[in-house]
Design a protein around this ligand. Structure first.
Ligand SMILES: [Zn+2]
Length: 135
């Protein structure tokens, strides 16, 4: 039928022929959907917060509990979104610079833009070594 049907079919075929990459592709698209939903949620919460601020200013009734609750919700949603973005980066072999935010290969030790030290590449199943703090 339309353009979207072609896109969906093409996407399906690509996923089917990709073999090993299929799981990765499914994971990526699921993460992307979740990321989009979260971004929307966050936007809605900001709107709610804005409406509340407006209401408070108009009525001079400072309902700080409601205020704090929405801010906490936004913090939670942002933390979840950051974790999803990180999972997406891991799938792509990318890492975001903790200083300037530019995305680069997670093989790099330093950011190519600002020179900041990048986090270590996620180790695969490395046993947790307890740090010896001495006695
Ligand atoms: Zn940087």
């Amino acid at each position: 039928m339309g353009f979207m049907d072609n896109v969906i079919n093409t996407t399906k075929n690509v996923a089917q022929t990709a073999g090993k990459k299929t799981d990765e592709a499914i994971r990526t698209s699921k993460l992307k959907i979740k990321s989009g939903q979260l971004s929307n949620e966050i936007k809605n919460k900001y709107e709610k917060l804005g409406a509340l601020v407006y209401e408070m200013a108009k009525t001079n009734d400072k309902d700080t509990d409601a205020f704090d609750a929405i801010i906490a919700e936004i913090d939670d949603a942002n933390a979840e979104l950051a974790s999803i973005e990180k999972q997406l980066d891991d799938l792509k072999g990318k890492v975001a610079c903790p200083v300037c935010g530019v995305k680069t290969d997670n093989d790099n030790a330093f950011c190519p833009k600002c020179g900041a030290k990048l986090p270590e590449k996620p180790a695969e199943e490395e046993p947790v070594v307890e740090e010896d703090k001495g006695e």
